[in-house]
Design a protein around this ligand. Structure first.
Ligand code: CUA
Length: 173
């Protein structure tokens, strides 16, 4: 009798412990303790703070450079098209809402690892106008191969003059 109960208990325990084990690679494990730099809660990105939707895209800085803010999530990048001027420093700030992703800019050496829980930063610059595909280069699940954004680099004088609080994107043009 007692053996039976014990066996049932142990089996239940085993099954329950297997569930988090299978989820391990789909993230959820906060890596925060190991990471340096800015930290951010991936679960509340859309609600408040730097990565709310209205703050994503390209922002003009006072010194003529621009800051681009993006979110990576299964299975897309937001915004899906980014507009920047040529020949000025581009400060990229990107974070993930779920798994580990990697934002690559084709035809360049730029590739940014994007982890949930931290803000990845990169300094970019594009001397000439052009268009680049920005695919995800870290396997992140079933939709990985379709996960991509686009980068549109326009001549400096074609980039819209943005007012404070305004964000440039490909549709503005
Ligand atoms: Cu995101 Cu692969």
């Amino acid at each position: 009798m007692n053996w039976r109960k014990l066996r049932t208990f142990l089996l239940t325990l085993l099954v329950l412990s297997l569930i988090p084990a299978t989820r391990y690679y789909q993230i959820d494990v906060p890596l925060v303790g190991f990471l340096r730099g800015s930290q951010i809660d991936p679960l509340t990105l859309h609600l408040a703070g730097e990565f709310v939707e209205s703050n994503l895209g390209t922002e003009q800085d006072a010194d003529g450079s621009v800051t681009v803010r993006m979110i990576a999530e299964q299975y897309l990048f937001i915004p899906h098209c980014v507009l920047v001027p040529a020949g000025v420093p581009v400060h990229l700030r990107i974070t993930s809402a779920d798994a580990v992703h990697s934002l690559a800019i084709n035809e360049t050496n730029y590739k940014v690892e994007v982890l949930p829980g931290s803000i990845a930063e990169a300094q970019l610059e594009f001397p000439q106008p052009g268009e680049y595909a920005m695919p995800c280069r870290e396997f992140c699940g079933a939709g990985h191969y379709a996960m991509r954004s686009r980068l549109q680099v326009v001549a400096r004088d074609q980039f819209p003059a943005l007012r404070a609080g305004e964000r440039g994107n490909c549709e503005v043009q």
